[in-house]
Design a binder for this molecule. Sequence first.
Ligand code: HEC
Length: 316
Amino acid sequence: MKKYFPVYVRVPLLFGLFYGAIEFFVDSGDKPAFIEYPSLGILLMLFLFVIIALEIVGNAATQIVDRLMSPEEREEKERLENLPVTEAAWYKKLMTRLTKSKPMEAEQELELNHEYDGIKELDNDLPPWWVYLFYGTIIFGVVYLGKYHLFGGDNQDAEFKKEMASAQLQIEEYKKTAPDLLTAEQVTLLTEPADLAAGKTIFDNNCVACHRADGGGGIGPNLTDEYWILGGDIKSVFNTIMEGGRDGKGMVSWKQQIKPSDIQKVASYILSLQGTNPADAKAAEGDKYEAVEADAPQTSAEEAPAAETAPEESTK
Ligand code: HEC
């Protein structure tokens, strides 16, 4: 390790990793994190100080260990360090480095003077993979503490709220284009002028060919009178436009072309035409719908349903 990462690489590398982690985890806008939060700058300095101190202490410790080594041990160490890569499989080397394990034969050297009922104790080094993992958790812990407890990173609650809000936005976006989930059971009569105007636009674009621009009727029935073949309340009108009229009559289902909330608008628009009594409108068809407008025109249409369509309609 030391061969590939000499101290002048190791220290900047660690420092860079730490700094990168801070920049990554701390949300500081366009500015570097340590400028936005000066205490982070202090933390960085502290970290630099600690790794340099560790290097110095570590260096001193290796020197002491080296001095305490027996000549054979030193020889073995040097041999291992200078081994060409081809001689020892690189992963073997890596493993020894990662675990610092001593071969079984060398156990004698590790033995401590403790023996209890024949059970002896060995003084193994902490395996480096574990030690580095441990350091990693410390760095993680510092960054985590900084981000979530000092600099107000989102806690679970705030994260949840944010996600819900963005989901809400997505739903709004979805509703703009996709067929929405309005059903005949939920539909209500709209009275807002803007909704009725939107309904009129839809009517003008899709329906006038058969129902006439004023709703007076042509191929399709008169939509301005109070007689309805398929029901004159908002739910029935909505349902008729969604699902179409009776088979073979010419009124198709519109739910593929017009989304339910727009059908609600056009249905509301149609109902707003009630009683407008356009000139030479088509004769009434269907049953009289007992709406709230009791003063709807009571013309000759009265007997028309009874005369021509009532028998047919009553089967419906
Ligand atoms: C191709 C011609 C045609 C078009 C286009 C058309 N309709 Fe119809 N519509 C009809 C016919 C025919 C009927 C009668 C259906 C029946 O008798 O079952 C009808 C019935 C209706 C009814 C029920 C009337 C009643 O008395 O119960 C409504 C409401 C209606 N149409 C609304 C619309 C709307 C809104 C559109 C535009 C989105 C539209 N129609 C487009 C032909 C058409």
